[in-house]
Design a protein around this ligand. Structure first.
Ligand SMILES: Cc1ncc(C[n+]2csc(CCOP(=O)(O)OP(=O)(O)O)c2C)c(N)n1
Length: 319
C-alpha cells in the first residue's frame, strides 16, 4: 500500500514479532535460544538486567518507519529511551547493520546465540545503547537529548527526514520539553524534516507519567500549542502506516504512539498487573531463575512470537 514491492502489513508484523522474540531472548536466555527443548532454570541468565517495558513500542516504531521510509535515502532514526537497547540491538542485528561492525553478529544461529548470550553479560553488550552500537554517538542511559539531536541533524540538511522516538517519561525532562520549542527555529526549505513520536506507554520507572495521566485533549492541545499537529497512533500497523502517510502532508507533524507498557509480555505475575503497569518497566519475571510458574510464563511468552515461522536454521530469516 505505502511501501515497496513484496512488502505488506504482514511483513512488518513479522519483523516486529522477530525483534520482540530476540528482545526477550536477550533479556533472559543464556542457552536454548531457539527453544529446541523445554526451557529450564539452566537456560536463564544468573543476573537479569535490562528493560522490557519500552521494547515492543521501539520494535513497532522501528519497523514501521524502516519500511515506510525504505526509499528515502535521507531517512534516519533517533532513539530517546536508550534503556530499550535490546530492541534496538535486535533490529540492527536482523537488518545486518550489527554484522557490518561485529563479525560475530552473523544472521544465523551463531549470531542469534552471540546476540542473546552477550546482552548484559560481562565483557558483552551493555544493557543500554552505547558508543559500541552502530551509529550511536553517546551513552544511551541519559534521557532528554533525543529531540534536540534530531533537530540538530535536520538543520541545514533539507534532504533529511529524522524520526525521533521520545519516551513519555523522557518528555518530563527539562531538556526534552524545552526542545519542543525548536520547531520554531526549524522547518522551511533549508532544513530537513523532523518527525517526533511520543511513546505514550503511561509509566516510567515506578510511577505513571504526567502525560499518561492527561486527557487526550489536554495532551494534544499542549503539543498543538508548541506548533505541531498531533496525530494519535495505536499499536495497529495499519494505523501506523496511515498516520505516517498523513504526517507526510503536514509541515510539523507530531505522532502520539499509545501503547500498553510491556505490550505482548506477561499480563499478571504473582497476582500483580504487569503489562500496562510500571512493573513491566524492567524485568517482568524477576524470579524466573528459581520459580517454576515464572519459568512457564516465560516459555509461553517466547512461544507466542512463533519465531520458527520467521526463522529457519537452513534458510535464515524469512521476512
Ligand atoms: C536524565 C535522566 N533522568 C532519569 C533517568 C532514569 N530513568 C531511566 S528509565 C526512566 C523512565 C523512562 O520513562 P520513559 O521515557 O517513559 O521510557 P519508557 O517508559 O518507554 O521505558 C528513567 C526516569 C535517566 N535515564 N535519565
Amino acid at each position: 500500500m505505502y511501501f515497496g514491492s513484496g512488502v505488506t502489513f504482514d511483513t512488518i508484523k513479522r519483523h516486529v514479532a522477530v525483534c520482540d522474540y530476540l528482545t526477550v531472548a536477550q533479556l533472559f536466555l543464556k542457552s536454548n535460544f531457539l527453544l529446541e527443548s523445554q526451557l529450564s532454570f539452566e537456560d536463564i541468565k544468573p543476573r537479569l538486567l535490562g528493560h522490557w517495558g519500552t521494547c515492543h513500542g521501539i520494535n513497532l516504531a522501528y519497523a514501521n518507519l524502516k519500511y515506510f521510509y525504505e526509499k528515502n535515502p535521507g531517512y534516519s532514526f533517533v532513539l530517546g529511551p536508550g534503556h530499550g537497547f535490546p530492541a534496538l540491538n535486535a533490529n540492527l542485528f536482523v537488518d545486518g547493520e550489527l554484522e557490518k561492525i561485529d563479525k560475530n553478529a552473523t544472521r544465523n544461529l551463531h549470531g542469534i546465540e552471540y546476540l542473546c548470550k552477550n546482552f548484559s553479560w560481562p565483557g558483552g553488550f551493555p544493557s543500554h545503547a552505547s558508543p559500541v552500537t552502530p551509529n550511536v554517538i553517546c551513552e544511551g542511559g541519559e534521557l532528554g537529548y533525543a529531540l534536540a539531536t534530531a533537530f540538530g541533524a535536520a538543520l541545514g540538511h533539507p534532504e533529511k527526514t529524522i524520526a525521533v522516538l521520545i519516551g513519555d517519561g523522557e518528555l518530563e525532562t527539562a531538556t526534552a520539553l524545552s526542545s519542543l520549542n525548536m520547531v520554531k527555529l526549524a522547518g522551511g526549505k533549508s532544513n530537513g524534516k523532523v518527525l517526533p513520536i511520543l511513546h505514550l506507554n503511561g509509566y516510567k520507572i515506578s510511577a505513571p507519567t504526567v502525560y499518561g495521566r492527561k486527557s487526550e485533549r489536554e495532551l494534544s492541545e499542549l503539543i498543538r500549542g508548541f506548533g505541531y499537529t498531533p496525530l494519535a497512533v495505536s499499536e495497529s500497523i495499519e494505523d501506523f502506516q496511515i498516520k505516517l502517510a498523513d504526517a507526510e502532508k503536514l509541515e510539523h507533524p507530531f505522532l502520539i504512539l499509545k501503547t500498553e507498557k510491556g505490550s505482548g509480555g506477561p499480563s499478571v505475575v504473582n497476582d500483580q498487573k504487569v503489562a500496562g503497569n510500571y512493573l513491566a518497566h524492567q524485568i517482568p519475571l524477576p524470579n524466573v531463575k528459581t520459580d517454576e510458574t515464572e519459568l512457564k510464563i516465560l516459555e509461553e511468552w517466547l512461544k507466542s512470537y512463533n519465531f520458527a515461522e520467521n526463522y529457519s536454521p537452513e534458510e535464515g530469516f524469512l521476512i
